[in-house]
Write a protein that binds this ligand. Structure first.
Ligand code: AMP
Length: 268
């Protein structure tokens, strides 16, 4: 497994590919089974697999969220070695953003709704860094989780609009046995908060099937106050605009204590 901390090292790896396919899984590290499912799929569908670990400062709209983001490089690298990943790209923020850096990619409409108003600048940070990662790694296919549904849609749009030569592969959300969607942020939940997080996932599932009572039903089932909820919305999977027509996606973001969690349910 090649560990590349510099962009130039990724380029030299690329030189060895000789036309073979390369799958790519961008992550922020603190790997869990959700990430590993993307890696397994990439390994199945490509000759080589690359993973990036980069906690991208420009996509955090709260400094503390960035500073508190859990990092464990040794554990992550051990897991990636076990999975027989071929390349890990672990750049520093300085390697990614030189002092003169001034270019941004913004996917306008899809970044506007759902998490958009609650995380100003977040999706611009994501689309910019992913565009940069694609241009460094130059993958044949890139794997994204449906857990971050809006992010997936933003990236798909960016790839189409900029004619990028990469195929985006959407992968299903991996959940704990009790239904909670796996996330690096779950480790911040206390035992009591985790009980609430599970209720949140279940409530989303129930409310997704009964869109009329919508938010009221969601709040009741989740046992949450309105002030804990950033949004609960039923949206069109392509435009992310409110709809009542199937297929739709029910998506929500809530605060459980100091941790913000998101999840969504696809209703065909
Ligand atoms: P992150 O490290 O949280 O930025 O996530 C990296 C990638 O893993 C993104 O494409 C996420 O959507 C995906 N991912 C995170 N959690 C899960 C999950 N529980 N199931 C499937 N994919 C996930």
């Amino acid at each position: 497994m090649l560990i590349a901390r510099k962009i130039a090292a990724v380029r030299s790896f690329w030189a060895h590919l000789r036309g073979k396919s390369l799958g790519f899984v961008p992550t922020m590290g603190d790997l869990h089974d959700g990430h590993l499912s993307l890696i397994c799929r990439s390994k199945r569908e490509n000759d080589f697999t690359a993973v990036s670990i980069f906690v991208n400062p420009t996509q955090f709209n709260q400094k503390n969220d960035f500073l508190n983001y859990h990092k464990d490089e040794r554990r992550d690298l051990a897991l990636l070695r076990q999975e027989k990943v071929d390349l890990v790209f672990l750049p520093s923020a300085k390697e990614m953003y030189k002092e003169s850096f001034q270019t941004e990619v913004n996917v306008n409409d899809l970044s506007r709704g759902l998490c958009g108003p609650y995380r100003p600048g977040h999706f611009k940070g994501v689309s910019t860094v992913v565009a940069k990662l694609f241009s460094i790694v130059r993958p044949t296919r890139a794997y994204f989780g449906m857990k971050d549904f809006q992010q997936l849609k933003v990236i798909e749009r960016m790839v189409q609009d900029l004619n990028l030569l990469v195929r985006i592969v959407a992968c299903p959300t991996v959940r704990e046995k009790d239904g909670l969607a796996m996330s690096s942020r779950n480790r911040r939940l206390s035992t009591q908060e985790r009980v609430h997080a599970v209720k949140f996932s279940r409530a989303l599932k129930v409310a997704a099937r009964a869109p009329k009572p919508g938010l009221a039903l969601f709040l009741k089932e989740a046992d949450l106050y309105k002030k804990d909820v950033d949004y609960f919305e039923i949206v069109d999977p392509q435009t992310l605009l409110p709809t009542r027509k199937k297929p739709y996606v029910a998506a929500a973001a809530v605060w459980i204590g100091k941790t913000r969690i998101i999840d969504n349910v696809w209703v065909p």
